[in-house]
Write a protein that binds this ligand. Structure first.
Ligand SMILES: [Zn+2]
Length: 472
């Protein structure tokens, strides 16, 4: 019975082969994993124990998706909300949209015990898309004033635009339902106002900085409401702590939905130093989790704009939330059917589950950012051509601050890691750390565990020796 005796040998041989194979695979992985770079620093890397973040104040189940959808339906019922349409007709036109938003925010303000203040900002603006004529515009802001005397002058904004457009951006007669673009973003802004004013009124959260929930007009006419909001904030003496633009955040038709929302942030224009918008995006991802936020390192989708752009161009922290994959038959289209394809931005295409996720992620991020200390200023990196990196920064006194986290990352890594903790501002020497192999940043940490956005260190610009007459 030869088979009997050979069978165990065959089994043993295949086990041995499998082990060899697994060893080879793990060796290959080990070789790939272990970086063949010198340890940096060589020894005694600090291991600070991070303060835990605040516990989440906004539960996903507390998001009122039904009310969000009701507001979207009311906005769609206005027929068109083109910025060139009627401001006075209560039934059709952009004025009808404004009225529904003001009414909903007033309900929320009443429930907040008067903490939330509703403001209608009237202004004129001009662009090519107004035929060069001054266009009367109105934006709606709901404001939750900050509790801290200094930080109340810092503004964290969430914004959607309530104007819509048909295929022809000058046509006031055609319907422009604009359910996704951008009644969805308005519903996120308004629901954030409800969630946060409720959390703050109940004591589940605090806002040291001021929160502003915006529904703005004139976006399709050339970001007119976005530019105005920036000017308005400056006129009121506010500093912009962060601006979260939600534009096209309601639809998620791909199989497997709900997916992560995309969060766009621009690179900025300073060498070796990310933009404040990028730092805001990283902060939001840390607060909401990688499972909820898909960071896209790009200011916006190609050929498109949004109300975060004026803030980004002014060097301020501003980002854009947008759904995972857009359906262009629904955007900027006069409703019609052509060759069997239905065009139009209708509420029936919205995904309530995805929309609710976006509202929760916005509200939670805003809540944590508004309870954090001010970010440090004047962050500097020195120590070039020495064995140690030196990081320094300034900050005003803040009794609610626990200290500062010094952050670093490999130059090709997307996210910061905490390197060390410092109780106060000034200079910290990172012994045995080269200035050249990592990027560095600093952020403030509150005693409540809330973090400011990171401030990347800037270096003193010292060009290398170049041939005489070379232009920098
Ligand atoms: Zn839009």
């Amino acid at each position: 019975m030869p088979n009997r005796s050979s069978a165990p040998h065959t089994i043993l041989a295949s086990i041995a082969m499998s082990i060899c194979f697994l060893l080879a695979i793990s060796l290959t992985f080990a070789q790939q994993r272990a970086p063949r770079d010198p340890a940096e620093p060589q020894q005694a890397q600090p291991h600070p124990k991070p303060l835990p973040r605040p516990t989440s104040a906004i539960a996903r189940k507390s998001v009122d998706v039904k009310s969000m959808r009701a507001l979207i339906d009311q906005l769609v019922s206005c027929g068109t909300r083109l910025s060139l349409s009627s401001w006075t007709d209560p039934k059709r036109g952009i004025g009808c949209g404004r009225d529904h938003i003001v009414a909903r925010l007033n309900e929320i303000a009443k429930a907040s015990g008067g903490k939330l203040q509703v403001v209608v900002d009237k202004f004129d603006s001009t662009s090519e898309r107004t035929s060069g004529k001054p266009l009367p515009l109105e934006s709606v802001y709901a404001i939750l004033p900050g509790s801290d005397a200094k930080l109340a002058k810092t503004l964290f904004i969430v914004s959607g635009h309530y104007d819509s457009r048909p295929s022809d951006v000058m046509n006031t007669e055609a319907d422009a339902p604009g359910a996704d673009d951008d009644a969805s973003g308005v519903s996120v802004s308004v629901e954030s106002a409800r969630l946060l004013s409720k959390a703050i009124a109940s004591g589940a959260s605090t806002n040291r900085a001021t929160l502003l929930f915006a529904a703005i007009s004139g976006e399709e006419q050339g970001l007119l409401g976005g530019y105005r909001l920036l000017d308005w904030a400056k006129q009121q003496g506010y500093t912009i702590g962060g601006m979260l633009d939600d534009d096209i955040v309601g639809d998620d038709p791909s199989p497997g939905a709900p997916h992560r929302v995309r969060l766009f942030s621009g690179n900025g224009e300073i060498d070796d130093c990310d933009s404040p918008g990028r730092e805001l995006a990283r902060a939001i991802e840390e607060i909401d989790g990688r499972e909820n936020i898909r960071m896209i390192f790009r200011v916006d989708r190609y050929g498109r704009g949004g109300d975060h752009y004026p803030f980004y161009k002014a060097g301020l922290p501003a980002v854009r939330f947008t759904e995972p994959l857009e359906d262009y038959t629904h955007q900027h289209q006069t409703p019609r059917t052509e060759n069997g394809i239905e065009y139009g931005d209708f509420a029936k295409y919205l995904n309530p589950s995805f929309l609710g996720d976006v509202a929760r992620n916005n509200a939670e991020a805003l809540g944590q950012l508004a309870m954090a200390p001010a970010p440090p200023t004047n962050a500097r990196l020195t120590g070039a051509v020495t064995p140690d990196a030196k990081v320094s920064w300034s900050a005003e006194d803040d009794p609610e601050r626990a200290g500062f986290e010094i952050l670093w990352r490999e130059t090709m890594e997307p996210r910061w890691q905490v390197y060390d903790f410092a109780a106060g501002p000034g200079e910290t020497v990172l012994r045995g750390v080269s200035t050249d192999n990592h990027f560095f940043a600093v952020r403030a940490v509150g005693k409540n565990g809330a973090r400011s956005i990171a401030v990347p260190t800037e270096i003193e610009r010292r060009p290398p020796p170049l041939p005489a007459g070379t232009k920098q």
